[in-house]
Design a protein around this ligand. Structure first.
Ligand code: NAD
Length: 479
């Protein structure tokens, strides 16, 4: 179903994110007929270009990054004709009059802030000064949203002087993933899972977001941030919320976000011995170590983090949540594992084997959900038990057409145009997540904590194995 006609301004329209995600994503939506033919995209950035040059830039980005989506002949040219470019300075006066004159009345106006966060306030102010914001306008704000609670609050305040909360779309692209939304469908669309979804039946929950890449060209930014701020405070926290929240009364933005907020507020502070920080070493003389990659031989920033936390409420009291994320690990894998408790008694005897159910929600690669169930091993060998996966992998269940789901960014941008904030973080959620994160980071700083080294291509520091093994449990996914 096509969305309403819109003008989308991409501030930072020549940047890496626009090139790799936003422009190719918009093209894919155009290809699928969801983007109306009279929609317009206006790139706005500091470098000097005209619209023809910007179209050539977009064409190149689409060829390189749109994942080989096949479209009817001529679609790319039609799409490119929807593009304009304005040279603009977020902190100066250049370009603003021209941009304002391009905006049309009677269409949705969306402003995507794909620039450094230090410029968010300037952009909001200038949009306002030049009369471009209507009550219907939306702004899309990229991560990182603040560096700590104080800066996130300040940013929320700045944006709030010009825009209502209902107009602010804080992106966490993990929320745009098909499986993340399917997690809500599985939890709240079936009778099967929800009665068991609590500390009485769930032994523990693991969330792993493992990357094989290092910091790459983002070293300067990353070294001021680290895995806690760059991944844990936002992406893993959001996944934790969706796994742990109470059923909202309806699938509506504030109902969902109210429940997520309650989870964050119920999180226990993390004890120092329940957290492991790591930093990757070099590999085969081919890949630099973290310290080399960021050009700071003394850096104490972590590229890996594993922690254990609890949610202090009726549903989850006593159930540990183990969260870990890191760079330069042995596999690229984002996965949530819900490990159910064992049956209270085995009627088949201990020799038949004991098996607990395991629900695995894979975000990448190969999105899908599997449930390990116990059955009898086929054959005449007596009553021996084995685990088999009930596979809800979408491409198998739905066929390749339906399984070609939009990339997270595509879906989220279309949600912005539709005015649906369900998959975007609300200001109070972000602040609550920082309120939980800040004391952890302050503790490291007070103790001069040094991250544990780990080998590139490994599963992370051995201390992280011990963190979970002390509780007689093991990491799932990458081990
Ligand atoms: P980038 O450095 O590649 O691009 C920055 C863009 O901002 C360029 O188009 C540049 O012309 C423009 N710009 C810089 N100063 C300006 C000014 N004064 N006035 C107007 N335009 C100006 O950055 P990026 O990687 O595209 O990241 C953009 C935002 O998205 C950042 O907030 C970043 O944290 C966030 N983000 C990026 C990625 C990614 O994969 N690149 C992922 C997640 C979040």
């Amino acid at each position: 179903i096509p969305v309403d006609p819109f003008d989308l301004v991409i501030f930072g329209g020549t940047g890496d994110l626009a090139q790799r995600k936003i422009l190719p994503g918009l093209f894919r939506r155009y290809c699928s007929g969801q983007m109306p033919v009279d929609a317009r995209i206006i790139g706005a950035a500091r470098s000097e270009h005209d619209s023809a040059e910007y179209r050539a830039f977009a064409a190149q980005a689409i060829r390189e990054f749109s994942g080989g989506r096949r479209c009817e002949d001529g679609t790319l040219d039609d799409f490119l004709n929807r593009l304009e470019y304005v040279t603009i300075d977020a902190r100066g006066t250049d370009g603003w009059e021209q941009l304002a004159s391009l905006m049309r009345d009677g269409v949705v106006r969306a402003f995507y802030f794909s620039v450094a966060p230090a410029l968010f306030g300037d952009l909001a102010q200038r949009i306002h000064e030049h009369g471009m914001a209507t009550e219907e306008s939306r702004i899309v704000v990229e991560k990182p949203f603040g560096h700590d609670l104080a800066s996130a609050r300040a940013l929320n305040r700045t944006l709030a002087t010009h825009f209502d909360e209902s107009q602010i779309y804080r992106i966490d692209h993990y929320l745009g993933k098909e499986t993340v939304q399917n997690l809500m469908a599985v939890r709240f669309g079936n009778m099967l899972f929800e009665p068991l979804w609590n500390s009485q039946y769930v032994d523990h929950i693991q969330i792993t977001v493992a990357e094989t890449v290092g910091v790459g060209g983002r070293g300067e930014y990353y070294d001021k941030s680290g895995a806690m701020r760059d991944m844990m405070q936002n992406h893993l926290m959001q996944l934790l919320c969706l796994i742990a929240m109470e059923p909202p009364a309806k699938f509506d933005p504030d109902a969902v976000r109210d429940e997520k907020l309650k989870v964050i507020r119920a999180l226990d502070p993390v004890l120092p011995h329940h957290i492991v920080r790591g930093q990757y070493g070099a590999q085969d003389g081919e890949h630099p170590s973290y310290r080399e990659a960021v050009g700071n031989p003394r850096t104490r920033t972590e590229s890996y983090i594993a922690l254990k936390t609890h949610i202090s409420n009726w549903r989850w009291a006593g159930t540990p949540f183990y969260l870990r994320t890191g760079k330069r690990l042995k596999a690229r894998s984002s996965v949530i594992n819900v490990l159910f408790k064992d049956t209270p008694h085995s009627i088949f005897g201990e020799e038949a084997g004991r098996h607990a159910n395991l629900l695995t929600i894979r975000l990448q690669p190969n999105e899908g959900i599997t449930l390990q169930v116990t059955i009898k091993e086929p054959g005449p060998g007596g009553m021996r038990l084995i685990d088999v996966p009930l596979d809800m992998t979408f491409s198998d269940a739905l066929g390749p057409e339906e399984a070609d789901f939009p990339d997270a960014y595509e879906r989220l941008i279309m949600d912005v145009i539709r005015g649906n904030q369900t998959l975007f973080m609300r200001g109070d959620e972000v602040e609550a997540a920082w309120a939980w994160t800040d004391p952890i980071i302050a503790g490291w700083e007070a103790r001069n904590d040094v991250p544990k080294p780990y080998d590139s291509g490994s599963a992370g520091p051995t201390d992280a194995e011990m963190l979970i093994q002390r509780d007689n449990r093991n990491w799932r996914g990458i081990t």
